[in-house]
Design a protein around this ligand. Structure first.
Ligand code: AMP
Length: 555
């Protein structure tokens, strides 16, 4: 691994890098910095956000700009206000040890006269969104005649957002002999055209192969019916409380609705979409950045330029319409060498779209599964138990120990554990004990085989006429067998009988305890479902009217 000192950067810059805590250059920095500091050159960098590309062009710019000249020498054009602000902040940090370097971010959505005033003093580096920069050029508020370096950051995003004309116009205002450095996560034909039109013989640096997403991202998908998508999202959040993530939706309405529902359900979540004004967006971004929010639900456009480290998960509420969106969405995680998960909640019918994303991005997706109610209960319970185990004991508790011991005298250790567990368990138990499996047939194979080994299917001659729905059925079975509801799986309740799954090791206990029990004066019979019974079940379906043989056998 290389060291920053070998890249040719000045001493003050090395000191600034050290202060920022960067230890080693990232691959794109390693490749780009020596080239950009050397002979003048154009450059095309295929890299997405999170690879350290800002420093890859920003560090050379700080060293190359002549502060003695009161002119704008570098122009960075980026798609969003957020990205412009991030770039200017990062460059200011690089330059702080250095020299009196003036850096200004200009972007739409704010009073243009403020920017016009700020541009009256010499600004060495401008980071601008295309629309605002064009307006400033038209008002003759900015002089680009001395620009020596133009950086087009996230070029594909700018073109996706429809900034083609603005970019062409702006570039026409800059000197012919400038150096152009273009960065893009993907290389669609429009970006290629810009490179061909405005660059001569550019140096190409590619981090990963073309259109390839980051290797630190684990790309997964689950198959879920759209009606259950929200429920599936919640399950992931309940299963893993350490998730700090983004949810991408296609529409503003979806973003607002999902965020609102998550808040109602007790998660720290908010939305970021185009119907919000800049102040509202800033407030939400600040809350997310400082982790007061756990989940940010955003539309593709609103989320552009989001640069928050430590995002563990990116959820795609829908498979993205545009394939390049996938790379941008997923690139919000797996940043600066950390691992992340990008998870598509996919309608089973959208498999062909997934194949297209796979082909175009060269990313391999793996089928994951939506946690079941039982898995969530188990995980949360164990987490709680491990918290209890690691909990430091309050010294002041000693005084109360005699009273506590007296109070709990008659309870065995095992019972005590059960009660403590029940206390913490009740929320998840209530929410999930009847929860259906949301995976629409799509489950990793290994997992499915485990489940069938763990459960046995039982028949019982108790049905809807005896109990109040599936809840009543569960209460009847659990109440009479002393097993928790979480050990019961799928229930198929008919009027006079039921089939239900029970954890294999508890099946005998259920059979023993229920067999011979009476309900409304009738003897209850339970047995393991077996092949002959299944045949009978089918027969019954065929001759539903008049054929009582099935009922006779089992009642
Ligand atoms: P970027 O791809 O420019 O958006 O950078 C992603 C993040 O990585 C930013 O928060 C940077 O501050 C950080 N970063 C950039 N270069 C390095 C480095 N060499 N070592 C550690 N972190 C870095």
């Amino acid at each position: 691994m290389q060291n920053f000192a070998t890249l040719g950067l000045s001493q003050p810059l090395l000191k600034a890098i050290q202060d920022m805590g960067f230890e080693h250059p990232t691959p794109i920095q390693e490749q780009a910095i020596p080239k950009l500091l050397g002979d003048p050159t154009d450059l095309v960098g295929l890299a997405q956000t999170g690879t350290g590309k800002t420093a890859a062009f920003g560090l050379p710019l700080i060293d190359l700009v002549e502060t003695g000249e009161p002119t704008t020498q570098a122009l960075i054009i980026a798609p969003t206000r957020e990205l412009c602000l991030q770039i200017s902040k990062e460059l200011e940090l690089f330059g702080k040890q250095h020299k009196q370097i003036n850096i200004l971010a200009v972007y739409g959505g704010t009073d243009i006269s403020r920017h016009i005033r700020a541009l009256r003093r010499p600004v060495h580096i401008i980071a601008a969104t295309p629309g605002r920069l064009r307006d400033l050029i038209k008002r003759k508020a900015v002089d680009l005649s001395e620009v020596r370096y133009v950086v087009l950051d996230e070029a594909d995003e700018m073109l996706n957002m429809g900034f083609k004309e603005e970019i062409d116009e702006i570039l026409d205002y800059t000197p012919v002999d400038k150096n152009t450095w273009l960065f893009s996560a993907t290389m669609p034909p429009e970006v290629r055209r810009i490179a061909q039109t405005y660059m001569s013989n550019p140096l190409e640096i590619s981090i990963g192969s073309k259109n390839t997403a980051n290797v630190d991202i684990d790309h997964q998908y689950v198959e879920v019916h759209p009606r259950q998508r929200y429920e599936a999202l919640k399950r992931f959040l309940d299963f893993d409380p350490d998730i700090f993530g983004l949810v991408f939706t296609r529409t503003r309405r979806d973003a607002a609705e999902v965020a609102e529902q998550l808040s109602k359900d007790g998660y720290r979540a908010d939305a970021l979409h185009g119907d919000m004004n800049q102040q509202q967006r800033d407030r939400v971004m600040e809350a997310f950045r400082s982790k007061r929010l756990q989940m940010l639900v955003a539309t593709d456009v609103a989320a552009r330029g989001i640069d928050v480290n430590d995002i563990t998960h990116v959820f795609h509420y829908n498979i993205p319409e545009d394939i390049s969106f996938y790379t941008h969405r997923s690139g919000r995680t797996g940043r600066a060498g950390r691992k992340g998960i990008s998870m598509i909640l996919m309608h089973p019918k959208d498999k062909y779209l997934l194949n297209q994303v796979e082909r175009r991005t060269k990313v391999k997706f793996s089928l994951s599964h939506i946690p079941t109610g039982r898995e969530i209960c188990e995980k949360r319970l164990l987490l709680h138990m491990s918290h209890i185990k690691n909990m430091p004991v309050l010294p002041d508790l000693e005084d109360f120990m005699p009273a506590i011991t007296e109070q709990l005298e008659d309870i065995s250790k095992e019972d005590l554990i059960k009660r403590v567990a029940s206390l913490s368990f009740s929320r998840y138990f209530k929410a999930y004990r009847h929860a259906p499996d949301l995976n629409t047939g799509g489950r990793p194979k290994k997992d499915r085989s485990n489940r069938s080994q763990n459960f046995k299917r039982l028949f019982i001659n108790v049905g809807g006429v005896d109990v109040d729905g599936k809840g009543g059925f569960l209460a009847y079975v659990c109440g009479n067998t002393n097993i928790p509801g979480s050990c019961i799986g799928r229930i198929e309740l008919s009027a006079k009988y039921a089939f239900f799954d029970v954890e294999s090791e508890l099946a005998d206990q259920v059979i023993d305890r229920l067999n011979g029990h009476t309900i409304e004066g009738r003897t209850v019979r339970v047995n393991e479902e077996n092949t002959p019974l299944r045949k009978d079940k089918k027969k019954k379906k065929k001759h539903r009217k008049g054929n009582r043989s099935f009922d006779k056998r089992y009642r």
